[in-house]
Write a protein that binds this ligand. Structure first.
Ligand SMILES: Cc1cc2nc3c(=O)[nH]c(=O)nc-3n(C[C@H](O)[C@H](O)[C@H](O)COP(=O)(O)O)c2cc1C
Length: 205
């Protein structure tokens, strides 16, 4: 049985474009594999705590010296176990101030762990979570895939780096952009993203 880990990070709940498109992706995955096991993490409605000094110590592999360190290590272990168990990872990533939501960044802070999800070897860093597929839904008010704002996109390159660093290199990015350019542009953007999601699943079927 295959497993999909579905991570959403919009603060906007049901009105979120990325949340809606993530649901489309999940529907597509389910249609492909009705027995698919789905594990969800909605970081928008249930954010995880930012990294503190205790959390940093615990994530670097120290034996927990207090309750806060034990808690941080347990959370990291839980999030990494969810990720390791997943064959496919679906991520909803709204653009906030040119990057990803801090809730999603924090999730990566707990998941990128030396000796656990990546390691340093003589030839440099090596990702340890190989063989997974990721589908990343990006929602943005502006246009960043082309034109003058392209250089301001700290969302997609960052996500590619974070995922690649832990060995997830099979990544499909689905962009819903120009969402703030008026109702027509918004509808077009959502429709286009939906079609990309559908064609992605038709291609993979
Ligand atoms: C706090 C905040 C910051 C934002 N920053 C940007 C930005 O830098 N660039 C941009 O194009 N859109 C920005 N937006 C617009 C969102 O990317 C857009 O509304 C998108 O639909 C949000 O995704 P969601 O609908 O899944 O929540 C911002 C929205 C919020 C709430």
């Amino acid at each position: 049985m295959s497993t999909a880990l579905v991570i959403t990070s919009s603060a906007l709940g049901e009105t979120s474009v990325s949340n809606q498109l993530v649901q489309d992706a999940v529907t597509g995955l389910r249609a492909q594999d009705p027995s698919l096991r789905i594990v969800t993490r909605d970081l928008g409605s249930a954010p995880i705590p930012h990294i503190t000094m205790d959390a940093a110590a615990a994530l670097r592999g120290a034996e927990p010296a207090n309750a806060a360190q034990a808690e941080a290590q347990a959370l990291s272990n839980e999030l990494i176990a969810e990720l390791k168990a997943a064959d496919t990872v679906v991520i909803g990533a709204p653009m906030y101030n040119f990057g990803i939501a801090s809730t999603l960044k924090t999730w990566f802070d707990y998941v990128l762990r030396a000796g656990v999800t990546f390691r340093y070897s003589e030839s440099g860093p090596e990702g340890l979570l190989k063989g997974k597929r990721a589908i990343v839904i990006e929602s943005r008010g502006g246009l960043y895939s082309e034109g003058p704002a392209q250089a301001m996109d700290s969302q997609e390159p960052h996500l590619r780096t974070l995922l690649g660093f832990i060995g997830i290199t099979d990544v499909t990015f689905v962009r819903a952009e120009r969402l703030a350019f008026g109702p027509e542009a918004r509808e077009q953007a959502i429709g286009a993203a939906r079609r990309v999601i559908q064609s992605e699943f038709l291609r993979a079927a």
